[in-house]
Write a protein that binds this ligand. Structure first.
Ligand SMILES: Cc1cc2nc3c(=O)[nH]c(=O)nc-3n(C[C@H](O)[C@H](O)[C@H](O)COP(=O)(O)O)c2cc1C
Length: 331
């Protein structure tokens, strides 16, 4: 069976028991969460900016903290943002530190992953690339990646345009393991993705509502309380559609970028500059929102990111329990 074969190749490539990834989340990935998911037999992915800027760890020390909590494999998210040389240099250094600290799984997003594939090759590193449609998948594969994370229209973070089934059909013949990202909140969703043919699943929102995630209790409770109708896509945070909970603030301000911002985002010369402005502003906004709570209040100007998987999330739980429950359902 195709699905069983690809599931095995995913777990074998990554050295894990459960074909489940706790996706990188700015600002919600903290070392304790990554460690808890990996310790339970799945794999947690480190988000470097979240580790340093939100949770206050030196990057190498944060990786060592995870190592003290578990010796199981972990991953690292490499955002390939071509518009800033400073940022790219820093990302290259973080990849080197991760390799030195024993990380062998890398999840690339945006841009050409070739330099990551080349840099990790001599250590036996495995690179999976986030994609939302076939043209990005083909570019990623041309860059040498070993697997694809298929981000669908129900995902938290930056959702894609296709539903999980359409995306599977579009990518199935590419010959690498496909991981379903988006909309998986409970075991039945996970089993459905595996039945569709996916080799595994990447979850974000589900793992925010856990004991180990350091996000504010208000945020976790808002995820538990939300239904999928409460999730909307807004352009106002990063300039491209981002899945957030529809709070009183979101209702008041709307989800479209203002006319000047939109014009600057379209301009050939201004779009990189405008994206940098958005990236810096949203980094600060999202950090505050996740740690301080209160975004559900009428007076708040904060955003809570979450995907439509909120529909299946009914309690704040230990991350390891979630992994074990999902593993049992899949077997
Ligand atoms: C709060 C939040 C932050 C995220 N930040 C990132 C990120 O920094 N890098 C990334 O590649 N994906 C990011 N994602 C996407 C997740 O890694 C994952 O693909 C997605 O959450 C899957 O959809 P789900 O939330 O429905 O499970 C984020 C998702 C959420 C919910």
């Amino acid at each position: 069976m195709v699905a069983a074969t690809s599931t095995m190749s995913l777990t074998r490539q990554l050295g894990i028991e459960v074909p489940l990834i706790c996706g990188a989340m700015y600002p919600c990935s903290n070392p304790e969460l990554v460690a808890a998911v990996s310790a339970a037999g799945a794999i947690g992915v480190v988000q470097p900016l979240s580790m340093i800027y939100v949770h206050g760890h030196d990057y190498r020390e944060g990786l060592r903290l995870i190592r003290r909590l578990t010796d199981k494999p972990i991953g690292m998210n490499v955002l390939i943002e071509g518009s800033s040389k400073f940022y790219l240099d820093r990302m290259r250094r973080w990849v080197d530190v991760a390799l030195e600290e024993g990380v062998r799984f890398f999840v690339t997003s945006l841009g050409n992953p070739r330099w990551v594939v080349d840099r990790v090759a001599s250590s036996g590193g495995v690179v999976y690339h986030d994609v939302t449609e076939r043209k990005w998948a083909e570019k990623g594969l041309a860059g040498g990646v070993h697997g694809l994370i298929a981000v669908n229209d129900r995902a938290g973070g930056h959702a894609g345009p296709r539903c999980a089934a359409e995306l599977y059909e579009e990518l199935a013949d590419l010959g690498v393991p496909l991981v379903c990202a988006g909309g998986i909140g409970e075991e039945a969703d996970f089993v459905a993705a595996l039945r569709m043919g996916y080799a595994g699943a990447q979850l974000g929102t589900r793992f925010i509502a856990t004991d180990e995630c350091r996000a504010h209790l208000d945020y976790k409770q808002a995820i538990v309380a939300a239904t999928e109708q409460d999730i909307v896509l807004t352009e106002r945070v990063t300039g491209v559609p981002l899945a957030v909970i529809r709070t009183p603030f979101v209702e008041r301000i709307g989800t479209k970028a203002g006319p000047i911002a939109r014009w600057l985002l379209r301009g050939r010369k201004t779009k990189h500059w405008m994206r940098t402005v958005y990236a810096l502003r949203s980094a600060w906004q999202l950090k505050r929102a996740s740690l301080a709570g209160g975004a559900g209040e009428k007076t708040s100007k904060d955003y809570w990111q979450a995907g439509k998987s909120v529909e299946g999330i009914r309690a704040i739980e230990p991350a390891g329990e979630i992994v074990r429950r999902f593993a049992a359902a899949a077997s």
